[in-house]
Design a protein around this ligand. Structure first.
Ligand code: SAM
Ligand code: DTB
Ligand code: SF4
Length: 349
């Protein structure tokens, strides 16, 4: 990366009049992406609950008291069946989440590598979020065909220990380094509405935009207040602050996908439309996120249609047959697949 983005620059952006900020973000969006295209990603919790970390927002932490059915690691064929269903429903990325603080070598990790290979062979972008990871584990995931690793910073370094005490910000950054060294794209963002200050949001956006390389995708989660967690009664964040963060993220990380993640269920369609205007160009679809509910498929399909947006073209389509998946030249959004994966898709198409 060339020059570092200064904190003052991010703060100045953040403090601009909202409509000016959205106008600027929309211009950056249009200069770098097809503004009509929306990436559809589907999530699956492949191992649920029983996590040793103490993230105060999370339904899956053993330190919290959420009413959650724990589940052991799913079987590979069950996961691949769900990936196929997601693909048939129009998703181009399948993201598998395990409630692990870190990856441990052994049979469970071997199985996750098989899942990644299966999803990638199916012609979807494969993403996993498994907690902390060393260099060798990242390399194995890359070999299996992983497109992206989701590992969020969640909030500012300054506010971090109010939310999580069992790991540090530096631990998070270390894993992101291992992911980058293996040549895997990082999907890295945060959660808004944890009770953080405006300075914390500025600081998070500052850190994210100075990651080298910048994240390939930036999930913007709005806190889903889960009963039984310490944040169950957290006051909701003003929706314009959420939109402001999306606009700033778009301007600071022009090439990244900015993904509306947790929290969409309680956000009006008008606010989501404003977020798309401000540069968001990916969503999680499907009725469930990991353990909490997401808008119905019909709602999303209706919203996209009303706004004249269209899902990113699946890579097994005509677009891939033309070999332009990587360039986006045929109207498809382009992909992060490597040449070998693209070749497989062209064969399969
Ligand atoms: N254990 C892994 C980790 O923490 O990296 C992966 C799974 S974790 C559930 C993935 C991300 O989901 C978290 O980093 C957080 O940003 C988001 N998340 C989890 N619970 C949430 C909630 N209740 N509301 C909003 N976002 C949430
Ligand atoms: C991300 O940033 N958000 C997604 C995905 N990455 C793994 C997860 C959202 C989880 C929301 C709470 C739940 O459903 O458990
Ligand atoms: Fe575990 Fe991830 Fe939940 Fe934290 S966010 S408790 S690390 S599953």
């Amino acid at each position: 990366m060339s020059e570092k983005i200064s904190y003052d620059f991010v703060k100045e952006l953040y403090e601009r009049p909202l409509l000016d900020l959205i106008y600027e973000a929309a211009s950056v969006h249009r200069a770098n992406h097809d503004p009509q295209q929306m990436q559809m990603c589907t999530l699956l919790s492949i191992k649920t609950g029983g996590c040793l970390e103490d993230c105060k927002y999370c339904s899956q932490s053993i330190h919290n008291n959420a009413d959650l059915e724990k589940e052991i690691l799913m079987k590979t064929d069950e996961v691949l069946a769900q990936a196929k269903a997601a693909k048939d429903a129009g998703s181009t990325r399948f993201c598998m989440g395990a409630a692990w603080p870190r990856v441990l070598d052994g049979k469970a990790f071997d199985r996750v590598c098989d899942m990644v290979k299966g999803v990638s062979d199916m012609g979807m972008e494969a993403c996993v979020t498994l907690g902390m990871l060393n260099e060798d584990q990242a390399r194995r995931l890359k070999e299996a065909g992983l497109t992206a690793y989701n590992h969020n910073l969640d909030t500012s370094e300054e506010f971090y220990d109010k939310i999580i005490t069992t790991r540090t910000y530096a631990d998070r950054l270390d894993t992101l380094k291992n992911v980058a060294k293996a040549g895997i794209a990082a999907c890295c963002g945060g959660i808004l509405g944890l009770g953080e200050s405006e300075e914390d949001r500025v600081s998070l956006l500052h850190t994210l935009s100075n990651l080298d390389p910048q994240p390939e995708s930036v999930p913007i989660n709005m806190l889903v207040p889960v009963e039984g967690t310490p944040l169950e009664n957290q006051k909701p964040l003003d929706i314009f602050e959420w939109i402001r963060c999306i606009a700033v993220a778009r301007i600071l990380m022009p090439k990244s996908k900015v993904r509306l993640s947790a929290g969409r269920l309680t956000i009006s369609k008008e606010a989501q439309a404003m977020a798309f205007m401000a540069g968001a160009n990916a969503i999680f679809t499907g009725e469930k996120l990991l353990t909490t509910a997401n808008p119905e498929e019909d709602f999303d399909a209706g919203l996209l249609a009303e706004l004249g947006l269209r899902p990113e073209v699946p890579y097994t389509s005509e677009a891939v047959k033309q070999g332009c998946g990587k360039l986006g030249g045929c109207g498809c959004a382009g992909t992060n697949m490597n040449d070998e994966q693209i070749s497989k898709q062209i064969e399969a198409a």
